[in-house]
Design a protein around this ligand. Structure first.
Ligand code: NAD
Length: 441
């Protein structure tokens, strides 16, 4: 079989990771993004974001056949749409990038002979691939889906922070196909890519594939908000500890403990916007998805639980310096989209407190939001030096190494708020003034 040539349109977290992973296994990959600066960086071997293993793969990929361009979209055998689908007005999905890229694809397809497969990998609300992508491409290309070109929807489940590993070893593959030929071609690509180790594969229609991605994120988000609700009750019960309670649930019904970790809530570019988009979508369809709305609401107020803990211990923020450990929405990424560090910092500043923040990769992105309204430390120890209170916001591994004596020796007032439950209360409680999400005091 001649090697399939792949094109990836939209070189963000998903598109770029997908492209370097494909290229690293010898598949010729063409990448396109409208962001000229990003493409120039990539062609110089610089990854556009912090993500483990991506930089290593990029170098090899550029040598083995990854071509990235911002000049002209060129269609290949299989073309993945990986542009952003951010939150628009009222929480509903903003499909403007998807529409615009469909137009560009339609125009490019018009002058091409031969069969091309278009695959929507971006997260889109049910109906989008057929109602918007298909109809736009058809009208600009003057061609027909299923006859002149193929169409599929292939949701992506990778997680920032472990994107490369998730791409190489996903839990599952979901292919939503417009017709059998489209599904067969996409399956063939994945069989070439994964070889013997192809993950469990579900082939279905397009609307189910679109739905699976939202249902999946809404399920996980609800699980987290459920754990946080239990945490908020447990906090009011002396002796109770949500980490033990969650472990008990996981043992009882063999639910995987993942996403049962209570903390300051979830953030990132997917959960918040996907839950909101599903809520808006459901309302448009005439159904109030109460449980999803509530799990979203729990999450919005969850960062403030840590702020309240700090206020209780401090008395007031004014005149006090708060050290914030971790800014990214989760470890191993510099992404701060919807990160809970943002509402936490805003609330402290609003109440007159001073903030010294530390995160070894997310500082630059955070500076774009807060500028010099807060101070940035070069290490965790520098951040807590002289602070009146410390809030652990992101569970980077380096923060796990900190011991009670570090806080005791460095801080003016050793108040430690564990927003991610990484510290053993037995170690901390007796030496520093310690509060933790979901731990009754
Ligand atoms: P991103 O914002 O990091 O990247 C999107 C890229 O698309 C940008 O580089 C932008 O310049 C480019 N773009 C916009 N319009 C374009 C156009 N017309 N032509 C070419 N390029 C264009 O987004 P992301 O985080 O990679 O997410 C992409 C999609 O994948 C979204 O639908 C998201 O919901 C979904 N998703 C994201 C993750 C994640 O962890 N980030 C995981 C699974 C699914």
């Amino acid at each position: 079989m001649a090697s399939l040539i792949v094109s990836v349109i939209g070189f963000g977290y998903v598109g770029f990771t997908t492209a370097v992973c494909f290229a690293s296994r010898g598949l010729p990959v063409y990448g396109y993004d409208v962001d000229k600066e990003k493409i120039a960086k990539i062609n110089r071997g610089i990854a556009p974001f912090h993500e483990p293993k991506v930089t290593d793969l990029l170098e090899g990929s550029l040598q083995s056949g990854l071509k990235a361009s911002s000049d002209r979209l060129e269609l290949r055998d299989i073309n993945f749409i990986t542009v952003g689908t951010p939150e628009g007005k009222d929480g509903a999905i903003d499909l403007s990038y998807v529409k615009s890229v469909s137009e560009t694809i339609g125009k490019a397809l018009k002058n091409l002979s031969g069969y091309r497969l278009i695959v929507v990998k971006s997260t889109v609300v049910p109906g989008t691939t057929e109602d918007i992508v298909k109809t736009t491409i058809e009208s600009f290309a003057r061609k027909e889906a299923g006859k002149d070109f193929g169409l599929a929807m292939n949701p992506e489940f990778l997680r920032e922070g472990s994107a490369v590993q998730d791409m190489f070893q996903p839990d599952r593959l979901v292919i939503g196909e417009y017709d059998k030929k489209s599904g067969d071609l996409l399956e063939e690509l994945y069989r070439v890519f994964y070889g013997e180790k192809i993950p469990p594969l579900l082939r279905t229609n397009i609307v189910n594939a679109e739905f699976i991605k939202y249902a999946n994120n809404a399920f996980l988000a609800t699980k987290i908000s459920f754990a946080n609700t239990i945490a908020n009750i447990a906090q009011r019960v002396p002796g109770a500890d949500v980490t033990v309670i969650a472990r008990g649930i996981a043992l009882y019904n063999s639910t995987r403990a993942r996403f049962l970790n209570a903390g300051v809530g979830f953030g990132g570019s997917c959960f918040p916007k996907d839950v909101e988009a599903l809520v808006a979508f459901s309302k448009q369809k005439g159904y109030d998805p109460i449980i999803l709305e509530d799990s979203y609401k729990v999450n919005v107020s969850q960062p403030l639980v840590a702020v309240e803990m700090a206020r209780t211990k401090l008395g007031m923020f004014r005149g006090n310096t708060i050290a914030i450990l971790g800014l990214s929405f989760k470890p191993n990424t510099d992404d701060i989209r919807e990160a809970v560090s943002l509402p936490i910092i805003k609330e402290i500043l609003r109440n007159g407190g001073k903030v010294v923040a530390y995160d070894h990769v997310a500082k630059e992105n955070t500076m774009k939001v807060f500028g010099n309204k807060i101070n940035y430390a070069k290490s965790a120890l520098e951040a807590i030096d002289g602070a009146d209170c410390c809030i652990l916001v992101t569970e980077w591994d380096e923060f796990r190494q900190l011991r009670p004596k570090d806080f005791l020796s460095k801080m003016k007032n050793p108040i430690v708020i564990d927003g991610r439950r990484i510290y053993d209360p037995n170690d901390f409680r007796n030496s520093v003034k310690f509060s933790a999400i979901g731990m009754g005091e």
